[in-house]
Ligand binder design. Structure first.
Ligand code: HEM
Ligand code: HEM
Length: 116
């Protein structure tokens, strides 16, 4: 395993910590701050992890995942810090994006661990 793969796994760990908000929220545990910070830290690791093959013009699940990841960060930041907007639809968008994100990550990992 090289350093790039390790960075991918660290990014994934931050993603899992961040998404645990979904469960913790329902257990009445306050976790929103960490949800945001873990996701943003995970994005930084994911960018470094993918940097070397990011500018090759070819569709990959990894690139789709990274693109959705950044959209999630933007929609999350908007929900949290923009005042006077309708947050209901933004929240639906955020949740829908997170479903696609999880799918892309699963495909990305399957592709590199089993098919490559
Ligand atoms: C948040 C999690 C992750 C994101 C957003 C992400 C994204 C990316 C992107 C954009 C690339 C470059 C384009 C490509 O080849 O697809 C890439 C490459 C790669 N990723 Fe990930 N990745 C993540 C996690 C992981 C994990 C957990 C693994 C390990 C199982 C992994 C294994 C790889 C491998 C082996 C490559 C090829 C690197 C190379 O060419 O040297 N990734 N990833
Ligand atoms: C990997 C990236 C992310 C994923 C997969 C993700 C996923 C989710 C999910 C599934 C929910 C719905 C929770 C629920 O209502 O049960 C949610 C809510 C939310 N997320 Fe994220 N999120 C990500 C990044 C971010 C970031 C970076 C921020 C802020 C900077 C953020 C802010 C929020 C806010 C404000 C809510 C609404 C809180 C609530 O209604 O309880 N998210 N996120």
């Amino acid at each position: 395993m090289n350093i790039n793969h390790l960075l991918g796994i660290i990014a994934l760990i931050f993603v899992i910590l961040s998404i645990s908000y979904f469960v913790l929220k329902r257990m009445k545990i306050k976790f929103l701050e960490f949800h945001c910070y873990f996701a943003l830290i995970g994005t930084v690791f994911a960018v470094i992890h993918s940097y070397s093959s990011l500018f090759v013009l070819e569709f990959t699940f990894g690139k789709a995942a990274l693109f959705i990841f950044i959209c999630l960060d933007i929609s999350g930041l908007m929900m949290r810090y923009l005042k006077g907007i309708n947050k209901k639809y933004l929240r639906y968008t955020h949740i829908a994006l997170s479903i696609f994100f999880v799918l892309m990550i699963i495909f990305h990992i399957i592709y590199y661990t089993f098919l490559n």
